[in-house]
Design a protein around this ligand. Sequence first.
Ligand code: PMP
Length: 706
Amino acid sequence: MRGADSTGGAMREGRPLCAVFVSGTGTDVGKTVFTAALLRALRLAGVAAQAVKPVQTGVPAGEEYDALQADAPVYTAAVADLPPVPGLAPAAVLRCFSLPASPHLAAAYDGKRLKAAELARDILKHWDGLNGAAELLLLEGAGGLCVPLNKREDMLDLMDALDLPVLLVSGNGLGALNHTLLSLAALRDKGLRLAALALIPTQPAAAGAPDEDEARILADNPRMLRARLAQAGCDAPVLELPRLARLDGAAWQRLAAELSPLAEELRRSVECPRGEAAADLVSRDHGAVWHPYASAVELPPLCAARRSHDNRIVLADGRELIDGMSSWWAAAHGYNHPRLLAALRSQAGRMPHVMFGGLTHAPAVELAERLLAHMPRGLERVFFADSGSVAVEVALKMALQYQQGRGETRRTRFLTPRGGYHGDTLGAMSVCDPVTGMHSLFAGLLPRQIFMERPSCRFDAPFDPASLDDARRALEQHGKEIAAVILEPVVQGAGGMWFYHPDYLRGLAELCRGAGTLLIFDEIATGFGRTGKFFAAEWAGVTPDILCCGKALTGGMLTLAATACTGDVAREICREGRVFMHGPTFMANALACAVAGAALDILDENRWQGQVAGLETAMRQGLEPCRQLPGVADVRVLGGIGVVEMEQAVNTAALQTCFVEQGVWIRPFNRLIYLMPPYPSPATDVARLCAAVEEALRRGAHRADA
Ligand code: PMP
């Protein structure tokens, strides 16, 4: 994972980097000449630009060689007749290797290793070292986009690490379309912006006028590429440049003149640095968008996110935050996981979505089979839903239709512990904690359910059978009205981040059986390894009648949830020709099912157990000092969940600001400051998350007056 050594924007001071990448569709397409001509055009447009080669191969390290053999002389020649920019050489080469080969091989040959994050840091260091003399860097890559830097990364990863627009240079001739279209697809898949596509004939003009066939190809290539870019909604210009036989002063003047509109465009981008663009986004958001649990009048503080990778969220102003939330339990494997992205892309190419009434597809069938194989034995059928809340609605409706099927028409209510959270749709809300779920707001509308005490026996204390007394009492008193008991097994999440003893579930399952009510486990937050077991039901060895899962099901990539039930429940619902009455438009969305399949592949590699155990150890150690701080009521950790419970509700806005200042993303609510980092987070990052919590409490950022 790149997280531990990425560009570290959070702590970066100084001017934001202003640069553009120049890359080719292959070697010898004219990239260096293009870069040099653009350098000239920029300088003529009044932009203090510098050409930089982060990696140059085929040149032994050493200053003399650099100057003589790298591309530096080409850049220098292009601007030789222009007034110099004070404090700014026309060009710089950051790393040289002797073997004329791909950077990974050239570096290995010299006994070195290249990493995208380190090269990105080199570039930032170089930019900072120019002390404001440069307004824009033209970063010329080595070879094409997919040229490897090491076993895992290639040039695209360096571009991604800095998130810069790309100027793609392609040789115009036979074969150009294939190479260029593949390169454009690679850029698009990486989410990088194409600033312009430049086509340069592969043959120099002096080699003789192209024959008729070649002329046809040269004229058709740009037409075809413009059409394809337009088809993909990309408005980047396609520039046609000549390949000149002699690079003399006149040649540089001609090329720079052709590139002057592009230079003007780049000059405008220099004038709007990223910080301003980020602030603009937040103010536009405040004018048009509503955020979760927020006022549309007293506007919440917001950070604009631009990119993500591994366990990092990169803000629009370039700061990079260590993620402590897994985007509300969902991004368990970190962001932009290559396996999930690959599954998404290949399914998108095949079939993104079809209705699920009367049709089926392999991603859904395989996912259902694999989910059932992971779920407690006895669950036999899966109903796909489009969010966790809908999966809960489905579970409640299943329980009601089950009871109707059995002729138990009086069983229309649900029993649930206080402190639960099951979603924000009406049925789901009715079984959330009545106080934190704000039932009073929707009193006339919500079905009135039956509440019992929250499971009082701590996860880490010896089991106290008396903790089941209230469940027993409620079932005795209301048993005949209750269709099902619904609860989150072992960990109550958003309702209080409370960890309770698994034996409670064993006892409850028995009580439910005795009372003829179904048992529903809401594993939407707890599923897929977060508590240290694949499903939290495994802590108790209990099979519920119905189980809901969601969130980490797709590794946080797309919205998808599932409700599984036993064969008995399915048969009762469907007795005498009846059907189950639910069918969302986006049911079993093929993209989401394919990504969920890839997320299961990652889990099936079985690294999650060690990773979650590592999170637990790191958070136990890292959060322990908080226990002594004033205002802290409890510190508890289970699996990949770490909680600091305060005595009073915290100041979420002030804490969020304090955390972002410290380069971490943690969003507390109510009395809870909690962490649930992506499973593969490096231990050093988990330590930084914990230290940030401690520091925020020491600074008093949690207080109402902070
Ligand atoms: N149940 C539980 C236990 C949850 O934690 C959540 C989401 N926080 C939900 C249901 C609702 O899921 P969604 O937000 O996807 O509707």
